[in-house]
Design a protein around this ligand. Structure first.
Ligand SMILES: *Cc1c(COP(=O)(O)O)cnc(C)c1O
Length: 456
């Protein structure tokens, strides 16, 4: 007799022996998990043979799709040549050397240096340690506070979660002391009645000025921002935001770090989000698209000034005592080199620009719906915000779980998109065609119509 206490289906086995993060567990009990076996282009396929168009590029990162032959070939070739090495004690792989040169070449900087991690969280964590390290070495050990914004997402390690401006981190007793969260520059949601967008931006800048005065510039180590907030709900900055705040940070000697983990390598139509929003950071954080999702890797790319300051600070005490065993992994570096080539030279970034007007038109069309309050986005990342009442911008009752319902209905119809607060996030792979776009919007519209009918 079969032992019925052992789950038989893939869906049940996934839940039985794996712990899911960022997953609504009660609803997973009710609906079941999805177990995937492989992908083709922008589609993924589950153990039941069902196909889904993944309008989220996996988790923002599989920008070249799920079976890109060039990336697979680069990985296979490097595994055959040199399957693993570290970057400690003055040794690193030739692939690592080449990737650093390439990253500096395509970075916003004239020159710079790269430090590798295995994830975006670790890259932000590393950047914070670099700032603490260099300020202390330069005789300002009290410069330790980190400025970020509400709804900013910077990762999940204890430090990067402290930087993340989301309330869910309170369950961990985070943020740690010294992590200061400024307002979210989302004009539609945060603007006051009769406040123009220019006035709103000026208010954001004034808040930064006041915060620096209150905390003391000489206690602040750095400022981190995503050019477009990603996991906080796809929130582009208000008009003129970076132009207003960058001079203030500069005046107080506060380094500006652009967290480009989502925006980097093409998502907003340019190589970097800071290019799209026309500001010059002191360092760039990269991950996700860096390897087109084919390898876990993150990178801190320091501009000229921070490179020199880090070099001096480290030489003064002999070393920078930091690094991960797999930092600068040769296979990850070989894949990243290929991914950058594929995105920048094989037409993927070009395709982002070509598809953007169609993406924007599709979003604008859906935003006409009486229960869609706004659509927002940049390049190939966008969100639709559901509202109970469009005029007053009143959200739906929380217990309706409106965005989860929409996303679940989409999944039923073979489209993967992501609920975030009361919005639905889309960030399709860069290899989408017009036909994929049409399929995505058709399925999404069907789901929206069905769910809004159900909730009245
Ligand atoms: C995903 C993300 C991170 C964290 O990256 P992980 O690889 O998940 O640790 C950091 N910053 C931004 C902007 C991200 O989107």
């Amino acid at each position: 007799m079969p032992d019925t206490t052992i789950p038989q289906s893939w869906e049940a086995r996934a839940e039985a022996a794996s712990f899911f993060g960022f997953t609504d567990l009660p609803s997973i009990h009710a609906r079941g998990t999805v177990v995937l076996t492989h992908g083709t282009g922008p589609y993924v396929h589950d153990t039941n043979g069902k196909t889904y168009l993944d309008a989220n590029s996996g988790l923002w990162n599989m920008v070249a799709g799920f079976d890109h032959p060039g990336l697979i070939e680069a990985a296979q070739a490097q595994y055959a040549r040199f399957p693993g090495y570290h970057a400690f004690f003055g040794r690193m792989s030739d692939q690592t050397v080449q990737l650093s040169e390439k990253l500096v070449e395509v970075s916003p900087f004239e020159r710079g240096k790269v430090f590798y991690t295995n994830s975006g969280s670790e890259a932000n964590d590393t950047m914070v340690k670099m700032l603490w390290f260099l300020w202390a070495a330069e005789g300002q050990p009290e410069r330790r506070k980190i400025l970020t914004r509400k709804n900013g997402y910077h990762g999940v390690t204890a430090v990067s979660a402290s930087m993340t401006g989301k309330p869910y981190n309170s369950v961990f007793g985070l943020p740690l002391p010294g992590f200061v969260h400024l307002s979210c520059p989302h004009y539609w949601r945060e603007g006051r009645p009769n406040e123009t967008e220019a006035e709103f931006t000026a208010r954001m800048a004034q808040e930064l000025e006041d915060t620096i005065a209150r905390e003391g510039a000489d206690t602040i180590a750095g400022f981190f921002a995503e050019p477009v907030m990603g996991a906080g709900g796809v929130i582009p900055p208000s008009e003129g935001y970076f132009q207003a705040i960058v001079p203030i940070l500069r005046r107080h000697g506060i380094p500006i770090i652009s967290d480009e983990v989502i925006c980097g390598f093409g998502r907003t139509g340019n190589t970097w989000g800071c290019e799209t929003y026309d500001f010059m950071p002191d360092a760039v954080i990269s991950s996700k698209n860096l390897t087109a999702g084919f390898f876990p890797m993150g990178a801190v790319i320091l501009g000229p000034e921070l490179s020199d300051r880090m070099q001096n600070a480290a030489e003064a005490i002999e070393e920078f005592p930091h690094g991960f065993t797999a930092s600068g992994h040769p296979v990850g570096c070989a894949i990243a080199l290929k991914a950058i080539d594929v995105v920048m030279n094989e037409g993927l970034m070009e395709n982002v620009r070509t598809l953007t007007p169609r993406f924007e038109a599709g979003m604008a069309e859906l935003a006409k719906h009486p229960h869609i309050g706004e659509w927002r986005g940049k390049g190939l990342m966008g969100a639709l915000e559901a509202v109970h009442d469009k005029d007053t911008r009143t959200p739906f009752a929380a217990d309706l779980s409106i965005s989860e319902r929409i996303a679940n209905t989409c999944t039923d119809h073979g489209l993967i998109c992501r609920p975030l607060g009361q919005s639905i996030v889309l960030c399709p792979p860069f290899i989408m065609t017009d036909a994929h776009m049409d399929e995505m919007f058709e399925k999404l519209e069907g789901a929206l119509t069905q769910v809004f009918k159900e909730v009245g």
